[in-house]
Design a protein around this ligand. Structure first.
Ligand code: AMP
Length: 221
């Protein structure tokens, strides 16, 4: 059965990690607006230049910009068998924009996973978060450190920290989440789509729970 999902949750909740793992298992695209915006910044596009100002302040990029990015992405044929939206929608305006796009392309959302975590843990997780600048592998210096200091286990390149993962911007991002994104929990609860997931557990346990809810056994994957 086709699976079209949204992963909701505060920054640092691990929703990106879970979205990536589930997308890989189901062989469906992992559509992550944060990474897409960072790619625009690196490519030096107009969209990237606009987004960068907001990202560095821990604020949301303009809804019109991200809605357009999602519209383009969902029109690609690889979404035929399903997709995961990670970090989108992030406001009521975006959720309504998504509803409009889905109606146009005759699609719908089947599951909204809300991964939640205590605020104190969130800031800690973001501050220790690193990724490989070459292969993108993610680490956490406290919970999932590399074998050799600051070096990727897979390709041995240097690890970097996202500019917006410093404590000041991370705190602002949590405030933005509370104000703009948290209302989406009610929005999708009212649509009967929310599934609450406790994010304060081992990555594998959370993944197993999600796969079970999706009706898929992880042992065979
Ligand atoms: P993330 O990688 O999901 O933590 O996103 C990093 C930053 O990108 C956020 O703090 C926002 O500034 C921006 N961003 C990502 N997704 C969206 C979105 N759907 N709407 C607006 N801004 C976004």
């Amino acid at each position: 059965m086709k699976k079209r999902m949204i992963f909701l949750g505060p920054p640092g909740s691990g929703k990106g990690t879970q979205a990536g793992k589930v997308a890989e298992s189901l062989e469906i695209p992992h559509i992550d607006t944060g990474s897409m915006l960072r790619e625009e910044i690196v490519a030096g596009t107009e969209e990237g230049k606009i987004a960068e100002q907001y990202i560095n302040q821990g604020q949301l990029a303009p809804a019109s910009l991200v809605i357009q990015i999602i519209k383009n992405r969902l029109s690609r044929p690889d979404t035929q068998n399903g997709f995961i939206l990670d970090g989108f929608p992030r406001s009521l305006e975006q959720a309504e924009g998504l509803d409009k796009i889905l109606k146009e392309i005759n699609e719908q959302i089947d599951f909204v996973f809300n991964i939640d975590l205590n605020e104190r843990i969130l800031i800690d997780r973001m501050a220790y978060r690193r990724s490989c600048q070459s292969c993108g592998q993610k680490y956490n210096l406290k919970f999932n450190p590399p074998r050799v200091d600051n070096t990727c286990n897979i390709c041995e390149n240097e690890l970097t920290q996202r500019a917006d993962d410093n404590e000041e911007t991370a705190t602002k991002r949590i405030l933005t989440y509370k104000k703009e994104t948290e209302p989406l929990i009610k929005y999708y609860t009212d649509k009967g789509l929310i599934i609450n997931i406790d994010g304060d557990r081992e990555i594998y346990n959370i993944f197993n729970e999600i796969m079970e809810i999706l009706g898929l056994k992880t042992s065979s994957l």
